[in-house]
Design a protein around this ligand. Structure first.
Ligand SMILES: [Zn+2]
Length: 373
């Protein structure tokens, strides 16, 4: 009996020590930076370790002479930054204020000029909290009613061939050809402004691709890829939008497309779980669905075995950070001999481009209907 009591006592002491430890801030907030662009303000809080955070908005309080605000509480953080008040004075944010709110909580307040939407992400290596603020009803809401500018992203390129399949067919070559066929269709038949992330066989890092779409203020981002599998009989079409997933096959595909080991995906999982606001998710799902169904429809007459693998969610780096509805299409399997042979044929590439065009067109028409009910 006495022995059990002793064990219990030890457990209690360990428990207390663990609790006590949890209160001690593990990360220091060492500084704050910001970046002003025409459409949003990005605030970066530099940290020395992981924290938890909450983010909230507050309406203006004329009585207390307070502007609209966004405030974040960083739990497990200690404030060591030298400046506790940073004047921003751009189109949207007046200033950033920092304070040690509680022993282990740093509060960061953004004083705004207008009510704003926010989007926050915790990043590691180095640790930082990145917050984007956009004016409510501003450019962020614009793309949801019209598709004027489209960024097409043929995957891979240059030193990165993508998947290499039957007969040496390279993913980077097929997707570039399809993108070059799709661009004029969108220009001529939709009057869209089309930009390609690459028009030749060059290497572009994944981050640079959405950055380009953001800089162009595009209304739609489409990344174009071809699939591959160890199972040579695997074949078909599938379209993705960005979201968390636990599906094993999708995680393997994303790891290949991301060019990273699978374990690195957990980083991305964590990052996405911290995204409080993904305003483009419903439109991205709609875009992916329209693309998938018209791809199946237009390619089947040319290739009766075209298998509909469906619309799926996956963690693709190339879609992270897109400030517009975005999707990624996997156009057949280069590892499948029959599909590789079809993919080489210009008529079949035309059919695929036609399917992608019709999918984008249907999606845009649906948006327009929503805008003019
Ligand atoms: Zn790819």
């Amino acid at each position: 009996m006495a022995r059990w009591l002793a064990v219990l006592l030890v457990l209690c002491v360990i428990g207390l020590a663990a609790d006590g430890y949890a209160v001690v801030p593990k990360a220091r907030l060492t500084g704050v930076r910001f970046l002003s662009s025409a459409n949003y303000t990005r605030v970066i809080l530099d940290l020395t370790g992981r924290v938890k955070f909450t983010i909230n908005t507050l309406a203006a309080s004329p009585k207390r002479r307070l502007p609209p605000r966004i405030y974040m509480d960083l739990v497990g953080a200690r404030l060591t930054a030298r400046r506790h008040r940073v004047d921003v004075k751009d189109r949207l944010v007046q200033r950033i204020r920092l304070g040690q709110f509680k022993e282990n909580v740093v509060r960061v307040v953004l004083d705004l000029k207008y009510p704003g939407n926010h989007d926050a992400v915790l990043l590691a290596n180095p640790h930082r909290l990145m917050v984007d603020v956009e004016r409510r009803g501003g450019s962020g809401d614009r793309g949801q009613l019209a598709v004027r500018k489209i960024v097409l992203d043929p995957g891979h390129g240059g030193k990165d061939p993508g998947a290499v399949g039957a007969g040496g067919l390279r993913e980077k070559d097929v997707v570039l050809r399809v993108a070059r066929k799709l661009a004029p269709l969108l220009r001529r038949r939709m009057g869209a402004d089309v930009v390609l992330t690459r028009n030749t066989d060059v290497f572009i890092p994944l981050k640079g691709r959405t950055a380009m779409a953001n800089a162009e203020q595009a209304d739609l981002f489409l990344s174009i890829h071809a699939n591959a599998s160890h199972n040579r009989r695997a074949g078909g079409l599938e379209t993705y939008y960005l979201d968390k997933t636990t599906d094993e096959a999708t995680m393997k595909l994303a790891a290949r497309e991301n060019g990273t080991a699978r374990r690195n995906l957990t980083d991305l999982q964590i990052m996405l779980s911290d995204l409080k606001l993904n305003v483009y998710l419903p439109d991205s799902i709609s875009l992916a669905s329209h693309l998938q169904s018209s791809l199946v429809k237009t390619t089947r007459p040319h290739y009766s075995r075209a298998k509909d693998l469906g619309v799926k969610k996956g963690l693709f780096y190339v879609l992270v950070g897109a400030r517009m509805p975005a999707a990624l299409a996997e156009l057949f399997f280069v590892s499948n001999r029959r599909e590789a042979r079809a993919l080489k044929r210009p008529e079949f590439q035309n059919a695929i481009a036609g399917g992608l065009f019709q999918g984008i067109k249907n999606y845009a028409d649906r948006l327009r209907e929503r805008g003019n009910p």
